[in-house]
Design a protein around this ligand. Structure first.
Ligand code: ATP
Ligand code: MG
Length: 335
């Protein structure tokens, strides 16, 4: 890793359990980078989750533990990564308020990620102001700890671009305080949903979860879209746009065998059930150990909350130091 990339920051919205999209999009890099970085942070973005769940705070609070369990089960290690909860650090909210002055309404409305998500959620003009402004609060999440490398899925790239605009404006108006940040997308920048949608997403309910049982995985894979014209085993089949093959390409470690299966499928003579059973096995090999570790950790929820509490205390100290510097830069450090 380049020597100026030292501080890694990443997080999840506690809107549901985490799925394979999170695993390949961000979690794998979190686990890898925590050994390489000078410091790693993992944040549970409960305030951000509330921006589109204001009427359902219970959904957000109950998922804090769930996403913590998912990350711990995948190998995020609290000895190496400071794991914390966003709402417990009011300094982040203070920084958000200051950053909001650096961003126009027009720019917020233009953000492609926010636009996509607004369409998906059917907000139209009635979008909550907090939701429209979530990239600004994300800038505060990233910058309060002076992080400079952000492992994210591809859907978040426009948000990172907006963070850098805030960095530039802040430094120009108030003196050099923050560094520009870099993103890091995983090997699979955007995993598609089991329904063939362009993104596996908690909100779209089209995911295979890291806590799914073998039976749930099997049911989901058996329902996957293949090639609608491939009715009989002897029929020629299409590999492109076939969700089962897309997943095999990503998750099956034996690329040669997958290539042979594709050739056979295209020629005809290979049934959907065979490739689906293979995929079930491949996914169980990945999810099985995660599920097992997760079940162990879930027996002690208090211990997990303790990890978050300790991480939050550590992160808050850093936030306080940054805010001293920021208030000084803005000349609002009156007394
Ligand atoms: P929500 O629908 O509530 O926004 P989500 O499924 O988009 O949930 P987030 O908590 O917003 O999940 O995302 C956490 C991280 O996982 C982000 O870095 C995001 O880019 C990444 N991520 C989410 N879904 C995918 C996916 N299908 N492929 C790759 N990365 C993903
Ligand atoms: Mg999201």
């Amino acid at each position: 890793m380049s020597k100026d990339i030292k501080i890694v920051m990443t997080g999840d919205r506690p809107t549901g359990r985490l799925h394979l999209g999170h695993f390949v999009g961000s979690i794998q890099n979190r686990v890898k980078l925590q050994d390489e970085a000078e410091q790693s942070f993992y944040m549970i973005a409960d305030l951000q989750a509330l921006t589109d769940n204001a009427n359902n705070p219970e959904k957000v609070s109950s998922n804090v533990l769930e996403v913590a369990l998912d990350n711990l089960a995948c190998g995020v290690d609290p000895k190496k990564t400071i794991m914390f909860v966003q709402s417990k650090i009011p300094e982040i909210a203070e920084l958000t308020v200051l950053f909001l002055n650096l961003v126009t309404l027009a720019r917020l409305k233009r953000n492609p990620t926010v636009k996509d998500e607004m369409r998906q959620k059917g907000f139209g003009e009635n979008v909550p102001a907090g939701f429209l402004a979530y990239p600004v609060s994300q800038a505060a999440d990233i910058l309060f700890c002076k992080s400079n490398l952000i492992p994210v899925g591809e859907d978040q790239l426009p948000v990172i671009e907006q963070v850098n605009e805030i960095v530039d404006d802040f430094n120009r108006f108030y003196g050099k305080t923050f560094d520009r940040v870099k993103h890091l997308v995983g090997d699979t920048p955007r995993l598609l949903g089991i329904d063939g949608n362009v993104k596996m997403s908690k909100s779209l309910n089209n995911g295979i979860y890291l806590s799914d049982s073998f039976e749930e995985i099997s049911k989901k894979v058996m329902s996957m879209y293949t090639d609608p014209k491939h009715i009989h085993v002897k029929d020629k089949g299409e590999v492109k746009g076939n969700v089962v093959f897309s997943y095999l390409d990503i998750f099956d470690p034996n690329k040669e065998e997958v290539a042979e299966l594709k050739t056979q499928y295209k020629k005809g003579g290979l049934g959907d059930v065979i490739i689906k059973k293979r995929l079930i096995g491949v996914l169980e090999n990945i999810i099985g150990p995660i599920r097992k570790k997760r079940e162990e950790l879930a027996k002690n929820p208090k211990e997990v909350m303790k990890i978050l509490e300790e991480g939050t205390n550590q992160a808050q100290k850093i936030a306080q130091e940054t805010m001293v510097e920021v208030r000084k830069a803005l000349k609002i450090n009156y007394f």
